[in-house]
Ligand binder design. Sequence first.
Ligand code: HEC
Length: 196
Amino acid sequence: MKLVTPALVSLSLLAAVQPAWAQDAASLLAETRKTALPVLPKVVQAMQTAVKEQGPVGAIPVCKEKAPQLLQEMRQQTGWDIRRVSLRTRNPATGTPDAWEARQLADFDIKAANGAKPEQIEVGEIITATDGKRSYRYMKALPVAEVCLTCHGPSDLLADDLKAALAKDYPLDRATGYAAGEVRGALTVTRPLLGP
Ligand code: HEC
């Protein structure tokens, strides 16, 4: 909980002084980054500590509970839809991308394969649906760091007790076989905008 508090405080301040969010692409991008991105290094750090102190099986709750809980808190603070998605999910119930997200994830993979730094890959777009409703959509690549390989690396390198725990909870697991520097998935944000 100690880890969570500063982010929550700054988010509530932001909400308090800024009742109307921006509506233009440049401000939307800046605002979304500023609000949503600080959580990312916190999760990676929590994961590094957990793997070191508790081992792979003991660290599962960081990806399973802590990260979703931090995103849930951000959803409540902002009213935005904020999730994690991947083209190769471990938990398809929560991590499956929609069509727009799948297209961006495929594009992220191409960019990373062509040498872009995964930690710099992102996209932001104002979308107008067929019913005229406008939204701002943003995605930021989640790079595969060394620590992620503990549970998302090649399956023959995963610890036996970890493999057993994953097999039990995730019969549809496709989130192994990654290498460092690839794109594991993305943080995805959808913000409703005012009408045209
Ligand atoms: C200790 C094992 C472990 C480590 C280390 C780990 N993860 Fe995960 N990861 C999981 C588990 C378990 C899930 C499924 C969570 C759930 O039930 O929603 C998951 C799910 C995810 C998801 C959601 C999409 C999906 O596949 O369901 C993303 C994104 C993700 N991990 C990224 C990362 C990144 C990036 C790192 C490195 C910073 C990392 N993980 C390190 C175990 C781990």
